[in-house]
Design a protein around this ligand. Sequence first.
Ligand SMILES: Cc1ncc(COP(=O)(O)O)c(C=O)c1O
Length: 439
Amino acid sequence: MRTSHFPRHLWPLSTHFYRRRLFLDSHDLTVLGRRLGTPVYLYDAATIDHAIAAYRHGLGVWPGPGLITYASKAWLSRPLAHLLARRGLGLDVASQGELEIASRGGFDAGLLHVHGNNKRVELLQRAAEAGVGAIVVDNLYELSLLERLNPPAPVALWLRINPDLLAPTHAYRQTGHHGSKFGMAVEEALAAARRIAAIPHLRLTGLHVHIGSQIFELDPLAASIDRLIELAVRIEQEGLGTIEALSPGGGLGTPYTPADPAVPLHRLAARLCAHAAESWQRQHGGPHPTLILEPGRSLIARSGVALYTVGAIRVLSDGSRIIAVDGGMSDNIRPALYGARYTAVLARDPLGDAIGPAKIVGPLCESGDYLIEQVHLPEVRPGDVLIIPVSGAYHLSMASNYNGVLRPAVFLHQRGRILPMQRRETLDDLMRRDVFAVN
Ligand SMILES: Cc1ncc(COP(=O)(O)O)c(C=O)c1O
């Protein structure tokens, strides 16, 4: 058996082979899939810890304090919030829902940063009352809402700038270019800083930029950091505040298939922080603020695998197969949304010789309901368990009940134990919001 070609860097650290089968620690994934039911998502705590360690390594290059703030939009639940809070992370939240899950999951309000391009006034009010670490002001309209709040204590604000940079990623994941809905142009941000300085209950403490997601090249990220620091210098020169927090967002890329760049995360993070340190020294030169890294995908994606059971298999005239599994765009919309690519293995024979190409599709009423456009697999039979790695980010957080399907159960593998994090939805869950006022 040859495992040397197996793309280990795409799999959780706790996965390994035993007698030709794929295991998560001591758990045979085929057996686990059958026992837990599918579709099911499994996270591996050791892989999350490994990613946290990579970011801590990166922050070691920054001469000032640093903080890792998980972008909870990648996926959040109270158990995950609890796990991350215990590891001393901060959290980026972008709605009242995320704020509530984070708080009830045990996060200290001071470690929460509130993002979003059109925050509801209720969210701003709740965040101000809770005493969150920062509200990240996206635009001048939002600032006018904040000016009208009556908070119990001054609210710490960051400004999100739009540096007008095009991130090398899919258009739907670009967030820092002119024409994007996110953030303020530099001059607008400066105007916002002047307004904040005049309002006693608001305090400008930081600057933020996030130019997009799934970025493997450092240059555009470095350029966005340069603009952030340039603005910090101007704000401080005008006496509008002291920049205590510098937040260059998230966005570091994660490989999903063997074709994606496989730069180790600790190296990418260290290069980013080294650039920030150099840029701060060159442009500012004063005491270092807290550098706040905000990874979502790269912190959680690799730790998650999705397990599906194979159903109908259609063999086309060219010999290729369409393999239908019991999950699809309802638990992973990324392929339909922006053509995201994945790989998969057959749990009972992960190293078996491929007999030809296959398309992996779901059971839903859309031709766009597919998980993998093309993957090479051995002979697959109905009832087999298929596993898709790198499923930890932006799957479950975008999951839906399309076609009335139930959202999957989620488990965490931690030190040999498989612990439930979220139960599978039930039919009763589906009907819980219905109101019978019609006749
Ligand atoms: C403001 C902000 N910060 C951080 C992130 C995390 O990005 P990623 O998951 O690519 O690390 C996002 C995601 O789009 C975001 O909008």
